[in-house]
Write a protein that binds this ligand. Structure first.
Ligand SMILES: Cc1cc2nc3c(=O)[nH]c(=O)nc-3n(C[C@H](O)[C@H](O)[C@H](O)COP(=O)(O)OP(=O)(O)OC[C@H]3O[C@@H](n4cnc5c(N)ncnc54)[C@H](O)[C@@H]3O)c2cc1C
Length: 475
């Protein structure tokens, strides 16, 4: 691969012209594209373009390819691994690709352009009497292109799968500007390599997704949300198995929070309160949904009784109203925001291990972190039903933030060592971006890295799409 060219004023004019009217993002509007959510990265770019059609994206990428100019695709800019942050490349935002092209309740599909937010997809599905089940904390801003490119997960993966499982077809612009019209709505299509899956989770390194056909599900008619105190992570694993068994697989979400997570949220959000009597070492927030009304609550109550008897639950509450259910979810959803408010930087490890190994992972990771930095505060929470834990670490109370930040990569590595020992993944759902790029090369086998490089070379021989993300440039 040859390295990218820095765009000249002539290039900038030509790219702007090809992007079409109103595509140039200027002045104060640039800021939202360059600032990362937590302020961890600050982007730099000579040009931000927001083309209004797939064809205009194609024209921009074709010119960039001919002239050796590198491109960074950006969706809602909520990514947590720095994948959407430009380091001098031209930024192409999808914010003007805003159409929901088709909703087919009968076919169970919704076709949306890349810049439609996840919340808008959910609303369009609901209006058609269907469910788009992907749900993440950033859904008001994250958009279709971003959630596919990061293969986003969230709180309903246990029941419905991640973005990969919820996508039937995509339309994408290749690095050389050609458009791939892959918007099929087929559940069965055995015609060779499933190319869309390379773009999904590809973090914008193989091309720019402009639209997708998403899978809809029947809307649930009954929903039961419970917040439970559990004595340990072991108990939570047993409780998950019991809940699946007794409900006949109707568990949509099964979230674990350690005691420190709930304490931190309550400290920072005075309008929230502990839904159970006493503080507990850990909590589970679980949601069951069913397509018919009238049976689920009785199942949940019976289950809770059995869980109490078996010592898997020590306290708990089942929401009586939608407002109460939202209140229970607010505790879980505000975990990231609470950490943002803490005076020390949050070291974020988004990891997964096989579900049965979650307790051992937590115990060993806690011991490792404590040995490294005594008093460091572990805020562990996440989608335990998928084995996905957001293992986040804040500095000890009163720690000097600058000194603490310097320990970040050491802590990440220590936690990742424990993950790998349990045959887990160092990125469960946030991706690799620039944050974990170098570590990925060490943790994956040489065979996997060679195959990934071969795919990159086939799609993007000049190395112009989101360079330096996911894979390091070849020496
Ligand atoms: C509060 C909060 C909660 C979150 N919770 C979750 C969670 O529960 N689960 C989860 O998985 N993630 C979560 N995230 C992370 C983030 O929201 C997801 O990764 C999301 O999918 C990113 O979407 P985006 O549109 O913001 O993409 P961006 O941040 O803009 O981009 C992310 C990556 O995708 C690439 N990209 C964007 N659009 C395109 C496109 N059209 N074509 C090709 N490449 C593209 C970018 O280059 C970049 O590499 C959370 C983030 C925040 C801030």
């Amino acid at each position: 691969m040859t390295g990218p060219t820095a765009p000249s004023p002539e290039h900038i004019n030509a790219l702007t012209e090809r992007a079409g009217p109103r595509a140039l993002v200027e002045g104060p509007d640039r800021e939202a594209h360059l600032t990362e959510w937590r302020g961890r990265w600050r982007g730099e770019t000579p040009l931000i373009l927001a083309p209004g059609s797939t064809e205009a994206v194609g024209a921009v990428l074709a010119y960039a390819y001919e002239n050796g100019i590198a491109i960074v695709p950006q969706g809602g800019n909520t990514g947590l691994v720095g994948g959407q942050v430009p380091n001098g490349e031209v930024l192409v935002s999808t914010k003007r690709l805003r159409k929901v092209r088709e909703v087919s309740p009968e076919g169970g599909t919704l076709t949306a352009e890349a810049g439609v937010t996840l919340a808008e997809v959910q609303a369009a599905a609901e209006e058609a009497g269907r469910l788009f089940p992907l749900s993440i904390g950033s859904e008001g801003t994250a958009n279709v292109g971003g959630i596919l490119s990061t293969n986003a997960g969230g709180v309903s993966v246990l029941r419905y799968g991640n973005a990969r499982d919820l996508t039937l077809g995509i339309e994408a612009v290749l690095p050389d500007g050609r458009i791939w019209h892959g918007l099929n709505a087929l559940r069965k299509n055995n015609t060779g390599y499933d190319l869309k899956q390379l773009f999904i989770g590809g973090e914008g390194t193989l091309g720019l997704i402009t639209a997708a056909v998403l899978r809809l599900h029947p809307a649930p008619r009954e929903r039961v949300t419970a917040f439970l105190s559990v004595p340990s992570a072991e108990a939570a694993v047993e409780l998950l198995a019991l809940t699946q068994e007794r409900s006949g697989g109707q568990v949509t979400s099964f979230e674990l929070m350690n005691g420190a997570t709930v304490d931190l949220v309550l400290e920072h959000f005075s309008d929230l309160h502990r839904p159970v009597g006493e503080a507990s070492p850990a909590y589970v927030l679980t949601e069951l949904t069913a397509g018919t009304e009238g049976t689920l609550r009785a199942v949940a109550e019976g289950l809770l009784e059995e869980a109490f008897e078996r010592g898997l639950v020590t306290d708990g509450t089942i929401a009586e109203t939608l407002a109460q259910a939202e209140g229970l979810w607010a505790i879980r959803h505000n975990a990231s925001e609470a950490m943002k408010n803490d005076p020390t930087y949050c070291v974020k490890c988004d990891v997964s291990v096989p579900v049965a190994r979650v307790p051992a992972f937590l115990e060993e990771a806690d011991a490792s972190v404590e040995a490294l930095v005594p008093g460091a505060r572990v805020i562990a929470f996440g989608h335990m039903g998928d084995g996905n834990i957001h293992y986040d670490v804040l500095g000890p109370e009163g720690a000097d933030d600058a000194a603490w930040r310097q320990r970040a990569s050491e802590i990440e590595r220590r936690v990742h060592d424990v993950v790998v020992a349990h045959e887990g993944s160092i990125s469960a759902e946030h991706g690799i971006g620039q944050l974990k790029r170098d570590e990925l090369a060490e943790r994956k086998s040489p065979v996997e890295i060679a195959l990934m490089r071969a795919v990159k070379q086939a799609f993007d021989p000049k190395g112009l799409m989101n360079p330096g993300k996911l894979l390091s440039p070849e020496a």
